[in-house]
Design a protein around this ligand. Structure first.
Ligand SMILES: [Zn+2]
Length: 267
């Protein structure tokens, strides 16, 4: 074959080299021409590279859509999730007169201020004590602080969480259990307020376990408040959930009397 006289076939393809994928057959793609003379051509890129680029772009687009979807859910939750009774609560408005109260305040503040570190470790805190001891006040103070730092936060009572998870049972247009579970396990900080004795059925206990366990496994930080002691909490939420929460450092006792009630009496 005479190299100085290439055939039409040889003009249309040539061997090119991709630094990543090696030799490939590059095709001549004629550019549009407005005369009868043969026009210029461009040579096709490495097909493996083209495919990888297309796959990367498709994956990026999917990730972006997924993120936007998650964001819409979280925005809705964030807007809905600050109970009115807690809107004005802050660390500054929490009255700490005793060592135990100062300890609780300190734990809550530390958690909020070092949230990025707690997010990495998936820390959990259980604020446990009687009604009226300010557990919800401090939990909300943490939630607000963390939200102000730009993290997504969801704050709901245990009862509300169970109702959200089973909303589809009553309303076919409500988000499905998996979608709610996904939101609850992916939000940066979840506060489950007022865990009490409301879990009457194993199904409800299982649903709460799904949330607690999902966050535990993914190292997502969670704050829980309860008016139960350890033994009653174990009975209420079951062994599996309790085993995720029982680590010693997690437990923050609020073991003083209802200071709101006490103040009223002393007046
Ligand atoms: Zn290539």
């Amino acid at each position: 074959m005479d190299a100085s006289n290439p055939t039409a076939e040889q003009l249309q393809t040539r061997t090119a080299n991709c630094p990543t994928h090696g030799d490939f057959e590059s095709k001549a793609i004629p550019l549009p021409t407005f005369s009868n003379k043969p026009g210029k051509v461009i040579w096709s890129r490495c097909p493996a590279c083209s495919r990888e680029t297309a796959e990367r772009e498709a994956a990026a687009e999917r990730a972006e859509q997924e993120q936007a979807r998650q964001q819409r859910i979280e925005d809705r939750m964030n807007r809905a999730a600050i109970p009115k009774r807690f809107r004005d609560r802050s660390f500054e408005s929490y009255i700490a007169d005793t060592d135990a109260q100062r300890h609780a305040l300190g734990v809550a503040r530390e958690f909020a201020e070092n949230f990025p570190e707690h997010a990495r470790r998936g820390s959990t805190r259980v604020f446990a004590g009687n009604v009226g001891t300010g557990k919800g006040h401090l939990a909300m103070s943490v939630a607000k602080h963390v939200m102000e730092q730009g993290h997504s936060v969801f704050f709901a009572t245990a009862r509300e969480i169970v109702l959200m998870l089973r909303a589809r049972w009553d309303d076919r247009t409500a988000p499905g259990e998996l979608e709610v579970l996904r939101m609850l396990t992916s939000v940066s900080l979840l506060v489950i307020d007022e865990i009490g004795v409301q879990f009457n059925t194993d199904a409800e206990r299982d649903q709460l376990f799904g949330v607690i366990d999902g966050r535990y496994r993914d190292l997502m930080p969670t704050i829980l408040t309860t008016n139960l002691n350890r033994k009653l909490l174990l009975g209420a939420i079951g062994e599996r959930s309790y085993s995720r929460l029982r680590e010693e450092g997690n437990w923050v006792p609020f073991d003083w009397e209802d200071f709101r009630g006490k103040k009223k009496e002393s007046k």
